[in-house]
Design a protein around this ligand. Sequence first.
Ligand SMILES: NC(=O)c1ccc[n+]([C@@H]2O[C@H](COP(=O)([O-])OP(=O)(O)OC[C@H]3O[C@@H](n4cnc5c(N)ncnc54)[C@H](OP(=O)(O)O)[C@@H]3O)[C@@H](O)[C@H]2O)c1
Length: 226
Amino acid sequence: MATVLITGANRGLGLEFCKQYAAEGWQVLACCRNPETASQLTDTPQVRVFPLNVSDFTQIDNLAAELQDTAIDVLINNAGIYGGPHHGFGQLDYAAWTKTLTVNTQAPVKMAEAFLPHLKRGNNKLLASISSQMGSIADNSSGGSILYRTSKAALNAAMKSIAIDLKDQRIGVLVLHPGWVKTDMGGPDALIEAQESVAGMREVIARFTLAQSGSFLKYDGSTLPW
Ligand SMILES: NC(=O)c1ccc[n+]([C@@H]2O[C@H](COP(=O)([O-])OP(=O)(O)OC[C@H]3O[C@@H](n4cnc5c(N)ncnc54)[C@H](OP(=O)(O)O)[C@@H]3O)[C@@H](O)[C@H]2O)c1
């Protein structure tokens, strides 16, 4: 049975990933801050739920140790935050910026470091990080959202390096844009449902080959500019 580990698994895209992988017969290691309130996860067979605040790097190390005998085929760095309302130049909240960088940039890298041995033992050997088109510098035509944009641009840069660093070990790295999705973060005016976004990203993951490692792909498989 293939195994996927997903962060931020209790709602939004993370929860949808869990549901779809579980329905397909995968073993799902669902990580979330508060498992006791994640009843949609705990009620699903094939889903094992683990407490994990990704900004607590000791917790990441402890979970990696707890799962040391587990092979992970696909690790999905999904947990993310927008960073709050003070995103515009002239009114930036620097403490919120630091927190955003911790959750959106450093935590996915820390997850990659901590779970590298587990990925090496897996078959697919794929590290997928949910970034955003808003992290694309080439695509930025509207400005603003400095906290979020920088955190995802830095995530992209880190994952590109990790893709190169791990290629010899045959570990693949993908950076994914889920589309503009109706979740708490995306809001009700977003263009697509979580079901469509996640089905698309799962398809991209299923078709992944090592030659694609270090790519920045949209949920429909198209390539995005950095
Ligand atoms: N929705 C969109 O349109 C869109 C577009 C582009 C990219 N994305 C990216 O897609 C990913 C998922 O977004 P979403 O739309 O599903 O957002 P969401 O509905 O707001 O869910 C965010 C998830 O991240 C978790 N999380 C936040 N901080 C965490 C932490 N410190 N430790 C562990 N978990 C944490 C949340 O857990 P709690 O419930 O504990 O807060 C929640 O499970 C994010 O990386 C986001 O940046 C989304």
